[in-house]
Design a binder for this molecule. Structure first.
Ligand code: DX5
Ligand code: ZN
Length: 229
């Protein structure tokens, strides 16, 4: 699949769930085509969010959107089929939760979804070398997973650059996604460092004016990127 990069991917965790359909439409009317769905089980991360039912609600509300499902759960193998059936386009699993990561990635592929692997702030991207040729996306957590609205971890820039180097050296073509604490102050620097997909929760949904915040974030993402035509 070809994407017009960089892409701003609102994380619906930060949305007002009392009016989720409205908030999704506000975003898609403002040009958003990629939504990030944070699934938390209260075991791998100290928070519980939502399950496949909400993902299928989002799919029904936004049939043409790209749904990127981030599994922050123990034993993801037990749930990938449910999220694929709920309408996920991409399913990403944490390196830290997979005993047999290669098999899990293959199972996601067999379900017809794109594949992603996620690393926590203290997990080196070097550990992903054996799997980089198999995945469509690598997600670098720039906060400790579990909550929106946390402070961005500055060491994430170097991690992005390191991962971009591994991609180039290995001739891989996975997308680089960043997740956590992304906002107006850092989005340009992140695309400059090599990020393709920028997950933003509170900086989008907690804004007074969501459409203008989306255009501000997009503009800054583009200025900071060497991807300008
Ligand atoms: C955290 C989630 C992130 C979070 C981003 O565990 O994976 O996607 O929702 O929220 P902000 O952008 O508010 O840090
Ligand atoms: Zn996430």
């Amino acid at each position: 699949m070809n994407f017009d990069l960089p892409i701003l991917a609102p994380s619906i965790l930060a949305a007002d769930f009392l009016k989720l359909g409205e908030e999704l439409k506000t975003c898609s009317d403002a040009g958003i085509s990629w939504f990030h769905c944070d699934i938390m089980d209260g075991h791998f991360v100290p928070n519980i969010s939502y399950g496949p039912a909400i993902v299928s609600t989002v799919r029904d509300a936004e049939p043409d959107a790209f749904l990127d499902v981030h599994l922050m759960i123990e034993n993801p193998d037990n749930f990938i089929e449910e999220f694929a059936d709920a309408g996920a386009d991409l399913i990403s699993v944490h390196y830290e939760t997979c005993k047999h990561l290669h098999r899990t990635v293959q199972s996601i592929k067999q379900l017809g979804c794109m594949t992603g692997v996620v690393v926590n702030p203290a997990t080196s991207v070097d550990l992903l070398k054996p799997i980089l040729n198999e995945v469509d996306l690598v997600l670098i957590m720039s906060v400790n997973p579990g909550f929106g609205g946390q402070a961005f971890i500055e060491a994430s820039y170097d991690k992005v650059r390191q991962l971009a180097e591994l991609r180039q050296e290995g001739g891989h073509n996975f997308l680089i996604e960043i997740d956590g604490g992304v906002g107006l102050k850092n989005i340009g620097k992140l695309t400059e460092a090599g990020v393709d997909i920028l997950v933003a929760g509170s900086s989008v949904f907690k804004a007074d004016d969501i459409p203008s915040r989306i255009s501000e974030l997009n503009a800054k993402a583009l200025t900071g990127s060497d991807k300008l035509a």
